[in-house]
Design a protein around this ligand. Structure first.
Ligand code: FAD
Ligand code: DLZ
Ligand code: SF4
Length: 522
């Protein structure tokens, strides 16, 4: 601890909970004698939305492990625990306290992952009258200025174009200036369902037994956040770089080979299937995306994984992940307020508890509460889809997502939730809304077989709420989508329905909206 008599600190390097990389730009030219690191466990970050207990354990435990790694490198670390009596609880107030305490001449931070946090740090620096040096986040392939350059002058920010540019620029899956295997994209080969036989036995992803540090954090979270969603029980996510490397190896060996075929498939009782579970490690910067991409590419070269798996995985990490970050920083802060479909309903209570007859929803929310995780297609085509069809406010959906998913950070959650899944941005991230009826879920999963509703029906006692709401969604937004060439097929199908049928669907949808949103959690 610095005492008032100690020498003033030259640079105080602020490390946020999702910046756990000793090679980050904030550490460039770090001088052990004159500089210090500041890390803070903050009540505000843990409660500005209620947060899943496993998410809290992940952040606090990974932060404490990183503190140990820094100290091992003999870097001076001021680490404020959540229960420290002097902890003022917010970025702004804690940074001010520590600048005063260490008499630091300058603050340094790697670009935060959230606009709100960047502004809080700026406010703190302004309040103390010290310069704030915000350094490029080298974790990402693309820095924010490069994305701005890329986006400038383009009418549309299509993922596919950006992805191809990334493949070229970083020479990933390229041969002689052309895409390896002659194709940029194996998307059409990423959509196999499991059929009646189901997925068979699926090997569970590697979990990491909580060590003493993690167990202390688990006890703290159970004590301090007793009312938060979920339980710390079963926590097994990576909290160190070594864990993250080990999970990557486990994925490449056991799940990557089938990742491509079944990327979009869902199965009851199978929360992880062939997904990597690497999002928390990537987002906390325990794992470099280049290492993940490289490992997949090498598996492809060795013949251990087929092209649709390798390309599918590379597209997610080198394509989507970089793209949504670029969109976030080029559109914030206005992006958060977009609500193109004027959706205003609250999030239903069953989206927190899973207590509903809709089997696809109860299964997905059940997994979410158990693991602070669901895979992509459950996010997009079950939970996100239902919220959009109902007309839940897109920022509320984002807040719910931040609450329950361990991997949610603003830069990645907001464009995915508000943009991709809710079409709140009116077509920046996706050129059309991801809207579908229960028939899609039936095709891609075994949920409907055990559900009391019938995915083919839009009215009647056993009508599937997704199907009812789907037709009503098209009806409500028909004018907007009629001119969208990618929606032509869906709009034409709507137009085939008789006025009487549409009137019954509308009545059923109105009743559903009332009943499903009658109870809310917050
Ligand atoms: P895998 O299926 O194994 O994919 C590999 C990796 O690719 C992921 O770890 C992730 O880093 C990256 N990736 C895949 N798709 C995306 C994408 N659309 N955007 C950014 N990265 C992607 N991802 C988050 O990391 N945090 C979020 O808060 C988040 N919110 C989402 C909300 C919605 C509504 C949707 C549709 C997607 C969201 N995603 C988010 C993207 C994706 O669903 C998750 O990254 C993925 O499910 C995490 O599980 P995994 O690591 O097993 O991923
Ligand atoms: C999500 C989170 C939580 C729960 N707690 C902390 C914390 O105590 N200290 C911290 O530095 N970061 C935390 N985070 C991450 C932040 O909310 C935010 O997402 C990042 O700082 C953005 O870069
Ligand atoms: Fe979900 Fe409808 Fe299928 Fe039931 S019938 S599982 S509600 S899609």
């Amino acid at each position: 601890m610095a005492s008032p008599a100690a020498e003033p600190v030259r640079n105080l390097v602020v490390v946020l909970g999702d910046q756990l990389d000793a090679g980050a730009a904030a550490f460039d030219r770090f001088d052990r004698e004159r500089d210090a690191v500041l890390m803070m466990e903050l009540a505000e970050e843990a409660s500005y939305v209620p947060q899943h207990k496993q998410r809290l354990v992940l952040f606090f435990s990974a932060m404490r492990h990183f503190r140990a790694a820094l100290r091992k490198r003999r870097r001076r670390v001021h680490y404020v625990t959540l229960d420290d009596a002097d902890n003022r609880g917010s970025f702004r107030e804690e940074v001010v306290r520590w600048v005063e305490r260490t008499r630091a001449a300058r603050l340094i931070v790697t670009e935060p992952g959230e606009h709100r946090v960047r502004e809080a740090l700026r406010a703190a620096a302004g309040q103390c009258g010290v310069p704030l040096d915000i350094r490029t986040d080298r974790h990402f392939y693309t820095d924010t200025a490069q994305f701005e350059d890329y986006a400038r002058g383009r009418r549309e920010l299509l993922l596919e174009n950006f992805y191809r540019a990334m493949r070229r620029r970083h020479d990933v899956l390229m041969k002689g200036g052309k895409p390896l295997g002659g194709r940029w994209n194996f998307d059409a080969e990423n959509r196999s369902a499991f059929g009646k036989a189901g997925p068979g036995e699926v090997r569970a992803p590697r979990r990491f037994r909580p060590d003493r540090t993690t167990r202390d954090v688990m006890a703290m979270v159970e004590r301090e956040f007793a009312d938060s969603p979920g339980s710390t029980r079963g926590f097994g996510l990576p909290v160190t770089r070594a864990h993250a490397q080990s999970l990557l190896a486990d994925f490449v060996e056991h799940r990557l080979p089938r990742f491509g075929d079944h990327q979009d498939a869902m199965a009851a009782g199978e929360p992880f299937l062939y997904h990597s579970l690497l999002s928390t490690s990537l987002n906390l910067h325990l794992l470099d995306p280049r290492a993940a991409v490289q490992a997949a590419v090498e598996a492809g070269e060795a013949g251990a994984a087929p092209p649709n798996a390798v390309e599918g995985f590379v597209r997610q990490v080198l394509g989507w992940r970089e793209y949504v970050r670029g969109v976030y920083w080029s559109k914030m802060p206005d992006y958060a307020a977009l609500n193109a479909l004027d959706a205003q309903l609250p999030m239903p209570a069953f989206m927190w508890s899973g207590e509903t007859d809709m089997r696809c929803v109860s299964e997905s929310v059940g997994q979410l509460v158990a693991h602070a995780y669901t895979h992509h297609i459950q996010r997009l085509m079950v939970l996100g889809l239902l919220a959009m069809l109902l007309g839940v406010n897109p920022y509320e959906v984002h807040r719910w997502h931040l609450s329950l998913y361990a991997d949610a950070i603003d830069w990645v959650s907001l464009p995915n939730v508000l943009g991709m899944s809710q079409y709140g941005d009116g077509g920046i991230v996706g050129t059309k809304p991801y809207c579908a009826s229960g028939n899609y879920i039936n095709r891609m999963s075994d949920y409907c077989a055990g559900c009391r509703f019938d995915p083919g029906k839009s009215t009647g006692d056993d009508a599937c709420p997704f199907t009812t709401l789907y037709w009503d969604f098209l009806r409500r937004h028909r004018k907007r989508f009629a001119g969208n060439p990618r929606m032509g097929f869906q709009v034409r199908n709507l137009e085939r329905k008789s006025r009487t049928e549409l009137a019954s669907i509308r009545k059923a949808a109105d009743e559903l909206r009332d009943s499903l949103t009658a109870e809310t959690y917050l």
